[in-house]
Design a protein. Sequence first.
Length: 202
Amino acid sequence: MKREIKSFVHARSRTSKQDFKVLEIFKNSTFYSLEELPNISKLLPEGKINILEIGFGDGKNIFQKAASNPEINFYGVEIYKAGIASLLKKINSDDLKNICIIFGDAKNFLAKIDTPFFDFIFILFPDPWPKKRHWKRRLIDKEFLSLLKKRLKNKGRFIVKTDWQDYAKNLAAELVNFPTCLLYTSDAADDLLCVDLGGRRI
């Protein structure tokens, strides 16, 4: 059997006992592991704009946008538990009700959804894996884009930003047949989530 190539490497141990306690408190409410994820359409109110951020890191970006836009549903998928725990504490502190966090591989997460669901999907600064022998680990390739397209609604947008010029060239080639994608490099505006939604910006 061919071994699956991952776009990430798990750190040995950076998740504290306190972090594990936070994850347990919010398990199956604000936070879900991919294995236990129910129908995603039932996690937050239906009939709203759905935005997904893949690999949100410490959660600063998705938290700020969710706090500023309570009428929009935000979903985040991440594989580093320390970052998830940090975000969950902020969500709890501000009592946010419009955000849902998933622990797991983004590819497996998208594969688990069987209908077009998201209005926007963001990937901010994906790991460029700069050494050529590691390029096969880069997340965004034809297979990933094919999967991602199926999870975007009609006229949905995929937005990606990188500050690694070599990766930007690679992405531009991959995205040539993806007209709903916006690719930003380090020269673009910093606030990527200033997206026009019906005449206003988030």
